[in-house]
Design a protein around this ligand. Sequence first.
Ligand code: FAD
Length: 472
Amino acid sequence: VGCHRPSVSIENSECNYDAVEEINQDLTRQLKQIVSQKFFKYYKLNLFGQCPFWTENHYCTNEDCSVALIDEKHIPEEWRSQALGAISSPQSGMQFQPFKSCNLKDQDFCQVDDEAKGEGVYVDLMKNPERFTGYSGPSAARVWDAIYHENCFNVAHRMQMAADCEQCQLDREKAAAAALEAQKMADHRQMMSSTSGSGGGGGGDSGGFSSAAARPVGGGLGMASVFGSKVGGAGSPPERRHFPLGSASQDEEDMCLEKRVFYRMISGLHASISIHICDEYFNQTTGVWGPNLECFVERVGSHPDRMENLFFDYSMLLRAVSKMSRYLKDYAFCTGNAEEDMQVKGMVDKFIETAQRAPASFDEKVMFVGPAAQQLKTEFRDHYRNITRIMDCVGCEKCRLWGKVQTSGLATALKVLFSYNDESFSSGSANHPVLLQRTEIVALFNTLNRFSESIESIARFRKLYLEEYGYR
Ligand code: FAD
């Protein structure tokens, strides 16, 4: 007998695709502007770390795989390693924290690369767009395999399942007692009124499961319901409809909620990366860059679950921004130029206002509850950290760069959602300057931008598809 966690809003909340896509039109415009600012486009990271898990011999030598580095002299003076090395605490009036040295702390879901240290390189993210590089084959497959393998939770998962089973058992016992009672009443009524013929009284048919344990399974979304496609076999006109964010497949039925969330996060990231590859694809025959519809349909469009997972990540990232909105509104976006600082601040404030109008589909409060919550959270965090370390095994510089940016962006969202409570962000960054480092905020916004662009691309591919196959 499978024991499930009760239905929760993370799983059953309706993701209103139309509403998300609509608001994304505004958000994507604003994000593009934000990430083109100096504060957000210069990112320092350790790009040339050793793969800690295996000897990676594959290096993509293709020109498109390489990353253009920038000389530190082009970045604001306050950020440079030499200057940073000399500063041990923020200058007065500057709350932004590239300076603090940061080791792996309990609350971190990844190693936060420290801008204060000399190691690492600066990259202009705008000059290194994520797109088709040609990186594929056994090396890429091995990395994805290793990433998905991290979805194997052990002790905490078993403890949580056992706890859930205990709850199921209690529910079953309660329901069985209620059914017995109902049966007794029915028998009694039948005895008292032999002419009425009333029987049953029911209740025993529930199998003892609480109604809360019943949740939609499988999603049942054909391609047509998400994208509209001949590929889906349905042949019906394309329409976008609302569907549960977290519909679980039969295979996922024995997973606890946190494990499903973990899987969804990775799969959503994978889908977003694939969309960028297909959207900016290099046709080796014609030598032309452009969207590749077949690539999109094959990798994402014909897999509604992958698309769901991408929207899932986007909702999670937006929820993180919303949770830290008060903090961000107070944040000093130090660019080395006071006027520019204010401009960036204005852009971020406006973005927050728009983001808060997005449908709220992610509720972090339903996660990590119950007797094994702490162990599960630690295990979740450790597995996620491993994923960020696996990025050093990606055999293509540019793929590694964006893999690192996006896994760090998601790690920041996880940290905001699960390592800090609402109060932590309630009084603005001035009171809590060290909650997040600059690199974390930069990664978070650039990751949001990537997912936002992916959602924009889905709309473009849908249009292309309609043109190609003639559906109205
Ligand atoms: P892959 O995308 O490698 O997928 C492997 C298998 O995973 C599939 O066969 C499928 O079974 C499963 N799968 C695929 N998508 C999902 C999903 N969303 N959810 C669940 N399961 C799924 N290449 C570039 O050209 N540019 C890049 O910027 C780039 N960045 C990368 C970043 C990382 C971190 C990694 C690991 C790879 C990157 N690659 C990039 C390579 C790219 O992701 C593919 O691996 C490559 O294009 C080969 O694709 P594929 O069709 O063999 O399937």
